[in-house]
Every structure is written in C-alpha cells, then in structure tokens.
Design a protein around this ligand. Structure first.
Ligand code: AMP
Ligand code: ZN
Length: 664
C-alpha cells in the first residue's frame, strides 16, 4: 500500500468509527484503539504534508484560533418559524393553507430542538462552510469550531447532491452540560445557566480547541439547494441520514392534523426522556412543490409552524429560604418549597441564584410562587402570585452574616454573588478546600474520601490540607468506619501524593480561577511556587492567557499570611512545589513568546517533536501564517501557498538546522 492509500484508508476508518459513535450512538471500536489509529494518521499526515486535507478526521481536535468571525451572507435566507400554542391555532393554520394549495396534504412532524441554528454548506460531499443564523440574512463563519463537533460529517457518503446547504441545530445534551458545570464548580466558577445559551456561546469561542472539548451535537432538519434528488421533506430527512447526518428518529410522516395532535401529545409527555432540550414540535407541509406554492411571509415560511410546549409550571408555597456556602465562600440562596409534582418529578427546592434575583422578583417567604422547569436542571421561580400574598408580609432581607460562621458577608462591586470572607474559619470552606485538594485531578489521594475529610475536620484532626501530612495512624484509627487496613491505605495514599507533579499541586491549592489549564500555564512559566508568590499583578497578566481576574486572585492568595505558612509546611513535608529537575532541563525561555509555523517534512526530529521543542522553550505554535508569525520552520515539501504567503508578509523562513541553532 502506498502512503497515500494508507492515509486515505485511516481517514475512512476513523470517519466510520466517528459516525458509528456520534451519529448512530453505537460505538464499534474502543477509545484506546481509536486513539492509536488517530495517532497513526497524525504521524503520517505530519510526515506527508502534501496529503493535507482540511476535512481529515485529525482536524477535529481543533487548533485554529479566530479573533474576529467573518460575516457571510446566506445564499438562501434563514427564516424563523411562526408559533402556535394550541390545537385551535394548528387547525386555523391547516384551514389557511388548504385554501392556498391543491391536492392532499401530508405533514412531517419533527421535534423543535432548542439550541443554536447553523447552516452547513457541502460541495462534492465535503463540508466547506458553517455559518450561524445571525439575523437570518447573514451570520458568522464558524467553520473551524463546527468541524470539531463529531456528529457533523466532514465527508459524506451515498448519493448526495453536488452542492447543497443543510440546516440544523447545535445542542448541548444534558449529560455533557452537567459535566461541564461540575468542572466549573470545581474551580469556583459560577455554573452555566442552561444548555441552549452554552451551546450558542460555544460556537463563538475563539479557540476551536476549547470547542472540541465541549460535548456538542448537531441535529439536522432541512436541506436547501437547487437540484435536489427528492420531492418531500420526509424523504429529505431520510436522505440526509443516509449521507451520514444525525437526524433524530422521532421525525414522523402523517396524513392528517389529528395525527399531528397525537405526535404532539406523545412528545409533550415523553420529551423529558430525551437526552437534549426540546421546546416544541415543528409541523411542515411534506410536499416540496406545495411548499413552494405556499412560499413565505416577511418572516417565516407559510408551509411550517412551530407548536410550543407549555413550559411546565406549577404554583406552590415558598416555605423558607436557606443559604449554602461553597468551597470558595460563595453564598447561594435556595428556595425550600412545599413539595409539588412538576414534569414527572417531585420538586422541593429551587435555585434563587443571588440577592438581585430575589429582589427583582420580590420573592418573600410565605408567597405562592410559580415554578418552572425550563432548560435548567434545577427548577426556577419565575414569578410570585401577588393575589395570594399574605397580609403583613415583608420584603426578604438578604442575609448579612454567614449562616455557617456568622462572619459579615462581602459583595464585590459588579459581582452577583455574596461571599463569606472567613477563609480559614468557615467550615464548609475549610472542608471544601481540602476535598478539592485530595480530588482525583488534584493530589488524587487514594484511600481518602470527601466524607472522611469532613470527619477529620469535625474531629479537629486537621484544619487545612497541610495537616494531612502529619496525620498518624493512631489518630485516625478511632474514627468511624476506620479499620487497620483502611488507616494504612490512607496514610500510604497521603505519602504517595508527595510525588504528584508541581502543576497539579498548584491546581490542588484551590486558588480561585486557577483550574487545571491555568495551573499548567503558571507552572510552566514560573517553574516554582516561590516565583509565583513573588510575581506582581503586572507580571502575572503578561503571561499568556492570564487575565486580570486570575492575576488578582493569585496575588490575593499569596498575600494571606496563613497561606504562606501552609505552603511552607507543604514544602517541608516534601510536596512538589517546583518543576522537577528533569522537566526543567528540557525547558528554557529562549524563544520568548515567538510565534512559529511549522511546515513540511523534517529529519532531525519529527514534526510533533519540533512543536514540543518550540513550546518547551517558550515559543508558540500556530497552524496558519499571519502578520503575527515570527518564523516559519520549513522542512522538505513545504506547501507552496504557505511559502508564498510567508514571502509576501516578509516572514523569515528558517530550516530545521537554523532552528536547532536558535536553541543551542
Ligand atoms: P424561532 O427561533 O422560535 O423563530 O424558531 C425557529 C428556529 O427553530 C429555527 O431557526 C431553528 O433553529 C429552530 N428549529 C429547531 N428544530 C427545528 C426543526 N425540526 N425544524 C425547523 N426549525 C427548527
Ligand atoms: Zn462563613
């Protein structure tokens, strides 16, 4: 087999595995084997840039950074939909259209997915462009981001038309949304409010690598083009499915408006079992010629109508408001409700978000409130039934003291949340911080769980994470459910955590806004905890991707005397508080932020090794040449267009040898 054949075969295989996994939800290979094949492809592609393909499955990991999204005009306008809220509305619609077209009517019923609409353009079976709806006439070119969504086929199969647009919705399924929120909470960030906004926000992220990490999906519902090989909406959906698109199976072809009602009734009840959000049903005239006859109003097609499910709402009594304190000291007010059935579950609590929200809705204990289950997982209070407000009720006074430690709460200008500033004395904060310290992505202490941490704190055996390293077996043996063996494991787990590398220790410290990625960046830049502690605000914000918020949080952390003591103790116990000598030996700052583009085949090191060398020595690797590029490292067979571009922009093109000399 030639290299080219090998590359093509790997791409085809990987496309198939992706398709089985993300479109059919039916994985046909282990993640491990998939990764091996992907690596093989990446290696071959990097050795043979002449076979580069922007639609190779290797491109799904992202890497392209877009500062300003280009505006593109849609070839055919993206209309919105007329809404209906009752069966009468639908009957009226049917009567209206019957007067305008000849022949029998059939309808395609589809779910109305709640996400961000997108228009994908395919030419010769390849994705060439993805544009957001925007104002319907023009939208943003978000192709680089869309390519990272695994259910978007980059290459089609079957009898697809030469050129067409296909429209759909980018959604964030609940499961992935919840996981993202758990991670946000872990770094002390506010969770995202709902999947819909998070999905549409994701499309406009500048770094496509970030988009690749988000579990987005693309559900398709309509094909537009000039010479299509089908005559009805329903056939169109089937065709799209056969070309490799994800088209939900719920879509149904029916022959009467009564059957439409049945479809609506069924999904009104069953939609809660779907993995993603839906807010209604879209009914479309099935025949494309009839659609053409019916045409459009200024805003929407006459041949389609959305039926909106009633957001499920109930009213119930607000019994009390309680206040929770998080690991970072953030206060979250929670409504305790008289239990009530809503969308198939019993609701007892609702989130109140913050003080502003309570004030805006004027929510008072004793009120009869309307609770709605929308996109949010936790139901929310949307209004108060003022007609039922008890006499002599008084406006809610937001707490001024911490419910756990009675410290006066603070609220920073411009922030929604109140905080308890009693960093070292407030139990939930103390416990939460140690729980974060031992968690899997941090110090990963085996044999120690969250509940044991709480127990240790409550028994006054530890006050902060540095105390863990002085625990003795004798101290923990008397604890509840602690046996000889589990005590040994715990002590051993703590001992082993002294080997955890610096960047993870830094993350484990639980500095607000310092998540895994930021910790890596800081560790790499400063190399030791002492250097970070000494860094000034201005110095910090000069580090790539470190903004004002993070810088402030870092300097605040090291200004606390107590934190300095804890870190000194950790150091004394032998926890890794600087980059290890080996790692350090391979790193320098010689390239000092210069931006490199790497192109062609190399001999001294592989392309990936070259990239690693650039990054380890303080440089940055970019995938495309722009005015900001400092150097292009060219190997054999450098792409001719890259060469011309570099020459036109006057960017120095250096060889592999030149690069090695820069380092030595
Ligand atoms: P609206 O934004 O309420 O005017 O509704 C129109 C939007 O519904 C379209 O722009 C699509 O993004 C979205 N939509 C979701 N599911 C469907 C579907 N099955 N068919 C057509 N549009 C849909
Ligand atoms: Zn407190």
């Amino acid at each position: 087999m030639t290299t080219k054949e090998q590359i093509l075969q790997l791409r085809e295989e990987l496309n198939k595995y992706n398709y089985n996994y993300y479109v059919l939800d039916n994985p046909s290979i282990s993640d491990y084997d998939f990764d091996i094949k992907l690596k093989q492809l990446q290696e071959l592609e990097s050795k043979h840039p002449e076979f580069f393909d922007p639609n190779s499955p290797s491109q799904r990991v992202g890497g392209e950074v877009t500062k300003n999204f280009e505006t593109l005009v849609h070839e055919q306008r993206m209309y919105s939909l007329d809404n209906s809220y009752s069966k009468e509305d639908l009957l009226d619609w049917e009567t209206r259209i019957k007067k305008l077209v000849d022949g029998e009517l059939q309808f395609t019923c589809e779910l109305k997915y709640d996400g961000a609409s997108i228009n994908l353009t395919y030419e010769k079976g390849s994705l060439v462009r993805a544009v957001t709806r925007g104002d319907g006439v023009q939208g943003d070119n978000v192709t680089a981001n869309i390519k990272t969504i695994k259910s978007v086929p980059l290459r089609l199969k079957g009898d697809f038309p030469e050129k067409f647009d296909i429209r759909g919705e980018i959604v964030l399924p609940f499961e992935g949304f919840n996981k993202m929120n758990e991670e946000r909470i872990e770094i002390g960030e506010e969770p995202y409010r709902n999947p819909r906004n998070t999905a549409s926000g994701s499309l406009k992220l500048q770094d496509s690598t970030e988009v690749a990490k988000r579990p987005l999906e693309c559900l398709l519902y309509s094909i537009v083009g000039n010479s299509l090989n089908f005559d009805t909406q329903f056939e169109g959906l089937e065709k799209a499915r056969s070309w490799g698109f994800k088209v939900p199976q719920a879509a149904k072809l029916v022959s009467s408006i009564e059957a439409v009602f049945e479809f609506i009734n069924y999904w009104d009840e069953h939609r809660h079992n779907l993995p993603y959000e839906t807010d209604g049903v879209v009914v479309k005239v099935n025949n494309l010629y009839q659609q053409e006859e019916l045409g459009y109003t200024a805003k929407a097609p006459r041949w389609a109508i959305a039926y909106k499910f009633k957001a499920e709402q109930v009213s119930t009594r607000l019994n009390s408001i309680s206040y929770q304190v998080g690991r970072t000291g953030a206060i979250t007010p929670v409504a305790n409700l008289e239990p009530v059935e809503l969308a198939g579950t019993t609701v007892k609590r609702a989130s109140l978000h913050n003080a502003d929200q309570i004030e805006k809705l004027d929510i008072r204990v004793g009120d009869e409130v309307f609770v709605e289950k929308g996109g949010e997982i936790i139901p929310k209070i949307i209004a108060v039934d003022l007609t039922k407000r008890p006499e002599n009720s008084l406006p809610t006074k937001y707490i001024t003291q911490c419910p756990e430690c009675d410290t006066t709460l603070v609220r920073t200008e411009g922030e929604a949340q109140h905080y308890c500033p009693n960093y070292n004395g407030c139990k939930p904060q103390v416990i939460g911080r140690i729980q974060h310290f031992i968690s899997r992505k941090a110090m990963d202490i085996e044999g120690l769980g969250g509940e044991t941490v709480a127990l240790l704190v409550n028994e006054n055996l530890i006050d902060n994470y540095s105390d863990l390293y002085e625990l003795t077996k004798e101290q923990i043996l008397p604890l509840e459910r602690m046996a000889e063996k589990s005590a040994d494991n715990l002590i051993q787990g703590i001992e082993q955590s002294k080997q955890i590398p610096f960047e993870r220790v830094l993350y484990a410290l639980g500095i607000r806004y310092v998540g895994e990625t930021v910790a890596k960046k800081l560790a790499k830049h400063y190399k030791s905890i002492d250097a970070i502690a000494e860094a000034t605000h201005d110095n910090l914000i000069n580090v790539d991707e470190i903004g004002v918020k993070i810088a402030e949080s870092v300097t605040d952390f090291f200004n606390v005397e107590m934190n300095k003591e804890i870190i000194a103790r950790l150091k004394g116990f032998g926890v890794q508080l600087e980059i290890s000598a080996e790692k350090l030996a391979s790193q320098t700052n010689k390239l000092d932020g210069s931006i490199f583009v790497v192109s062609g085949v190399f001999h001294i090191v592989s392309r990936n090794e070259l990239k690693k060398l650039i990054e380890d020595n303080g440089g940055k690797v970019s995938s495309s040449i722009s005015g900001k590029t400092n150097y292009v490292v060219a190997g054999d067979n450098m792409g001719p267009s890259k060469k011309t571009k570099a020459e036109n922009l006057g960017i120095p093109i250096i060889t592999e040898q030149d690069f090695m000399e820069m380092l030595s």
